[in-house]
Design a protein around this ligand. Sequence first.
Ligand SMILES: Nc1nc2c(c(=O)[nH]1)N[C@H]1C(S)=C(S)[C@@H](COP(=O)(O)OP(=O)(O)OC[C@H]3O[C@@H](n4cnc5c(=O)[nH]c(N)nc54)[C@H](O)[C@@H]3O)O[C@H]1N2
Ligand SMILES: Nc1nc2c(c(=O)[nH]1)N[C@H]1C(S)=C(S)[C@@H](COP(=O)(O)OP(=O)(O)OC[C@H]3O[C@@H](n4cnc5c(=O)[nH]c(N)nc54)[C@H](O)[C@@H]3O)O[C@H]1N2
Ligand SMILES: [Mo]
Length: 666
Amino acid sequence: MQCGVVVTVDDGRVVRVRGDAEHPLSRGYTCPKGRALGEFHHHPLRLDQPRMGPSGDTVPVSWDALLADLAHRMGQIIERQGPDGIAVYFGTWSWIDAFGKRAADRLWRHLGSRSRYSALSVDAIARSFVAELMGGSASLIPSLDPDSRGLTLLLGSNPVVSHGHSSGLVDPVTVMRTLAGRGGLWVADPRRTETARLANGHLAIRPGSDPAVLAFLVGAVLAEGLDDRVYLHHRVVATDLAVVARVVEPWTLERAAERTGLAPDELTRLLDALRASPGRRVTVATGTGCTMASAGNVTEWLAWALQIVTGSFEHPDGAWFNPGYLMRLDERTLPKADGSAGPGPASRPDLPGRFGELPCAALADEIEAGNVRALLVFGGNPVTALPETRRLTKAMARLEILAVADVIGSDTVALATHVLPVAGQLERTDVSFYTDLFPTVRFAHHSPPVLAPVGERRLLGEVLAELGSRLGLEPEPDPLSAMVRMAPEVREPGLYFADEPRPRGWVHERMLPDGRWRLAPPVLVEQFERWTAADPGEITEAREAPSAPPATVVIPRRSLRRMNAGLRDIARGGDDVAVWVHPVTAAEAGLDPGATTAVLHAMAGDGELTVEIKITDDIVPGALAVPHGLAGQNVSVLTATGFGGGGVDPLTGMVIQSGIPVRLTP
Ligand SMILES: Nc1nc2c(c(=O)[nH]1)N[C@H]1C(S)=C(S)[C@@H](COP(=O)(O)OP(=O)(O)OC[C@H]3O[C@@H](n4cnc5c(=O)[nH]c(N)nc54)[C@H](O)[C@@H]3O)O[C@H]1N2
Ligand SMILES: Nc1nc2c(c(=O)[nH]1)N[C@H]1C(S)=C(S)[C@@H](COP(=O)(O)OP(=O)(O)OC[C@H]3O[C@@H](n4cnc5c(=O)[nH]c(N)nc54)[C@H](O)[C@@H]3O)O[C@H]1N2
Ligand SMILES: [Mo]
């Protein structure tokens, strides 16, 4: 996404991929996924030929036949039950094919279908939700600044492997070392991760207990008095501050220690690190360990609250917000949103629609109810990414249309009725439009193709323009110019850096509703009060019989050489798939000390999974760290879409994928 690579081609074959030493941002760095571009390009499972037929039984056809059939069937569904019968799912890789994504968005707007789904509602929707509630726009994405002198606190993120969540980090080891050497780096994670090893402090916390750490810190800062009263006076409503002070008050040092399983001394050391930071500024970055947990919204809320009450947002020693090189949010007047939900899916009125999308948790219901009869998948793999795999795959196999645009065979491609072999990264022009807000400096790139598409592969943008034409939509004459409208120089291929790499102040000046943060959105306050009330610290008397086995929960983790389900066909050489289990947890479950496999049984539903395990004390007891995206070991079979067990967050429709209660057996 951000690293410059030099690809050497000889007679149509990629012979070498290396980091571009001249690239001003990545300076020669690439991750293993980037270096695998060549191997991926020539992989035998790459899709080179359109296919069509009953689910799981497709045969090679021409593009013309495929698009004619697709348009005809889509037309029939629209006629019969309206455009909502045609759903789209945008996966992670759809965002890096700018022309394809733009064409798909345009087509769905033209169809008028409300059935839009994306990986947002299985990844980090809490972040957009909280940004909208507290700052007035879901587009506000706090970004780490490696040059900050303040403290950095990472919760539920392992950038050394993932390269960051809300901010995409180039060369994360160097960034983490720099942060640790400046204002200090602290990591809260139930696992001793690669990132935790580089930190000044590692809090090995119980899964799902992050709000306790943050509430304790917010409470301590408020109790000690603020370094910067003028800031708060101007930027926060006093009654909101009082609400926050009231609801964090129960989270004393002792109670936070009890809830997180940490020693009080560890939390005191963290507080001391905050006190030692210049002006007490802090950057708090959350990752999927938090956004996928049932307390995802309140964790994000308290993370923002801590940064606001310490005056850290947009301060040189705190996080900044990337307004984008192409989007130029700082030069625009964005509509102010207040976090209210749109209409939900017809079959699940209990779930909200948000950000123009429906939650993925409802997709199986929508198909089973007959509301969705066609699903088009772009750059995603719902079979491993979406909840209740068994139920969902059954439903998907009954669709009239399951059209999948991918570059390589996948679990979802295997179920497709229409397989669209699209051009990959080396075969297309790309512009960083949909990833514009994520880099750690404000920059854009426009890269031309390196190679002509192999076989029958075609550009997704072109394919969709043709499909659109058959459905009555004129092709967009110049999508590139439309995407670079605010920065027309990017029409020419190249790299573009803004004069001011990390602008600060624009959110305060232009974005905040009435110039103030909404510090205490009632829905979040209420969700946090419920979280506090449900804490066993307060209801010890009413606790279940002590003989009940301690809760064992699945938590997510990423692997270095894969990208979710992507690249797993070429990942090798130590890319671990094993589930981390603490020796005490293993013993309590009756596992042999030398065991290498075990079975996970979901507490909600009938999900069951046989997994490879690694017994290690680099994880807290009770947590099972399961990598995501594997075929034979698909963790999503353990997820659920009701409100109990793992379940779904009622405010966002987010599927709980961190802290899934399971039983572990030999
Ligand atoms: N239980 C559980 N569920 C999870 C998670 C978890 O940790 N646990 N993680 C969640 C998260 S964070 C996410 S983002 C989602 C991921 O959800 P998805 O985005 O649905 O899944 P990916 O595995 O990223 O699928 C990417 C697909 O894109 C294809 N692809 C690669 N390059 C291209 C290209 O250039 N063009 C096109 N068209 N396709 C391409 C790949 O071959 C692959 O099939 O899963 C979520 N679901
Ligand atoms: N190499 C590689 N890079 C990737 C991906 C990949 O598959 N492979 N996927 C990409 C995608 S789609 C995403 S969304 C990002 C995700 O990026 P990150 O959010 O950084 O994801 P992880 O590296 O899994 O780190 C999550 C951490 O949260 C911890 N954790 C789990 N539960 C809890 C909890 O309750 N509290 C706390 N404090 N920690 C918890 C886990 O142990 C894990 O170390 O990575 C992206 N980058
Ligand atoms: Mo993700």
